[in-house]
Ligand binder design. Structure first.
Ligand SMILES: *Cc1c(COP(=O)(O)O)cnc(C)c1O
Length: 366
């Protein structure tokens, strides 16, 4: 089998547990008071492989999917025949016929985008579905309060547009105590009150854990599906879905005082065994982990030593004496979550996940 050959030769293997992603979607659904829960599968399902993840969740009953771009949605559309599929980045001029031809639903984020879609619907002579994105404080994509007022005063601006949903996006949902969450909710309900009736959509992953006030007609989690912790500082209620292991290419015996890696930023304090693995920053393994990261070997946490280089990284495996050339070190997985790796690298799990490199042999289970 080609997959097995690839793994036998691979320097690093990324395993994606579809059953865990499915269990996470079900858990998130149980947190949403019976209302539907979408899957956000932008950026190739946060690096886990949208062409595998989206049909798997579809098989479990998920019927709403969000990508970032129209291209991402077009790639998935044939795999999700009855689903609502919508690109969050909004409608770009000229793409209207592509939406109409594919059934992908545009997320309209400005009065200009609304006008484009209304004019297009008029030219086709029938109403066309859309989602309206209302900005309530993140000041990124979406209609401003003034735009919403303009729509309320001139309802004809929405002629020919059938609102499938309105939506808003929380800026600080992972900070449960941040008063901005409730403020965004209040601004959203003020906007919804003056717009034509439509189901609402509020919570991302963390928003699902802010309580029933943040439930809506459609939740939009991404990160939590893939096992990232939506409640930082508290135990992660989700199942980890990603494992990354790297093969030891070589073990070196390094004497006290000797250095390892570019610019000699690490020196052995004791006779040390240094394992070299074929993963580097070109694989999305952050250079910021230099002298800070860890891997697991024989159930022990072993420190990353020296600089992460483009294609190679070194770990001090002196405390894992059975580990040798050809064995595997766990870079992400049991006892070493994506969130752990992210905090050692000074970033968030989202960034670690979405940057996982193209050179890994990928295996999907489930
Ligand atoms: C990415 C995104 C989501 C999903 O956010 P997570 O924090 O990954 O759950 C939901 N809504 C919008 C508008 C997004 O951009």
């Amino acid at each position: 089998m080609a997959v097995m050959t690839e793994i036998r030769a691979a320097g690093a293997v990324l395993e994606i547990d579809l059953a865990a992603i499915g269990a996470n979607w079900r858990l998130l659904s149980s947190h949403h008071g019976g209302a539907p829960v979408a899957a956000v599968v932008k950026a190739d399902a946060y690096g886990t492989g949208a062409a595998h993840v989206a049909p798997y969740l579809y098989g479990l009953g998920c019927r709403h999917f969000f990508t970032a771009t129209l291209d991402e949605a077009l790639a998935l559309q044939p795999l999700l025949p009855e689903a609502l599929l919508a690109p969050l980045n909004g409608l770009s001029p000229g793409s209207e016929p592509v939406y109409a031809g594919s059934g992908i639903v545009p997320v309209l984020c400005s009065l200009h985008e609304i006008a484009l879609w209304r004019d297009f619907a008029r030219s086709r002579g029938h109403t066309m579905g859309a989602i309206l994105h209302i900005d309530t404080g993140i000041n990124r994509r979406g209609l401003s309060a003034a735009d919403v007022r303009a729509l309320a005063e001139s309802p004809g601006l929405l002629d020919g547009i059938a609102l499938r949903f309105t939506m808003t996006h929380l800026a600080s949902a992972e900070e449960a105590d941040n008063p901005e969450n409730a403020a965004q909710l209040a601004r959203y309900s003020a906007a919804v009150d003056v717009l034509p009736p439509a189901p609402t959509s509020i919570a991302n992953s963390s928003g699902l854990f802010l309580g029933a006030d943040f439930h809506s007609g459609l939740a939009r989690p991404g990160a939590a599906l893939y096992g990232l912790n939506p409640t930082p500082g508290q135990p992660n209620p989700l199942r980890p879905a990603v494992t990354l292991r790297a093969r030891v290419l070589q073990v070196r015996e390094v004497a006290p005082g000797e250095a390892a890696g570019y610019n000699a930023t690490w020196r052995a304090q004791r006779p040390s065994r240094i394992a070299v693995v074929g993963v580097g920053y070109a694989d999305g393994y952050p250079r910021a982990l230099s002298n800070r990261g860890h891997a697991s070997a024989e159930g022990v946490s072993v420190p990353l030593v020296g600089r992460v280089s483009m294609d190679l990284t070194m770990f001090d495996i002196t405390d894992a004496p059975q580990t040798g050339q050809g064995d595997w070190l766990g870079l992400i997985g049991p006892g070493r979550s994506l969130d752990d790796v992210a905090s050692e690298a000074g970033t968030i799990g989202y960034e670690i996940l979405t940057r996982l490199g193209r050179r890994y042999a990928r295996v999907w289970h489930g």
